[in-house]
Design a protein. Structure first.
Length: 95
């Protein structure tokens, strides 16, 4: 476990490395347990794996899906049919 990191930064959120991927992602504002589970399923990442043991490619793929969640079902997104654009969106953070 030479590549284990104590702290991982995803979507401007610090996540302790000892948390599992499934639970660690829920610390990001806007990511629910269901969304986190779907994200792990789409990326084929083991849910029970410690988030500190993810490599850079896996972290980048998680960030890519969070920024553009087209592969996640629309009913899991937190802003369905936006009144301004009519699109399904998923908002993250306090912005």
């Amino acid at each position: 476990m030479a590549d284990f990191k104590e702290l991982i930064r995803i979507a401007n959120t610090d996540i302790p490395g000892k948390k599992s991927v499934h639970l660690g992602l829920t610390q990001i504002y806007g990511v629910s347990y269901s969304f986190s589970h779907a994200l792990c399923h789409v990326l084929q990442v083991e849910r029970k794996k410690k988030i500190g043991s993810l490599n850079e490619a896996e972290v980048k793929s998680i960030e890519a899906i969070l920024n553009h969640p087209e592969n996640i079902p629309a009913w899991l997104r937190n802003r369905k049919k936006n009144t301004g654009t009519g699109e399904d969106q998923h908002l993250l953070g306090a912005s």
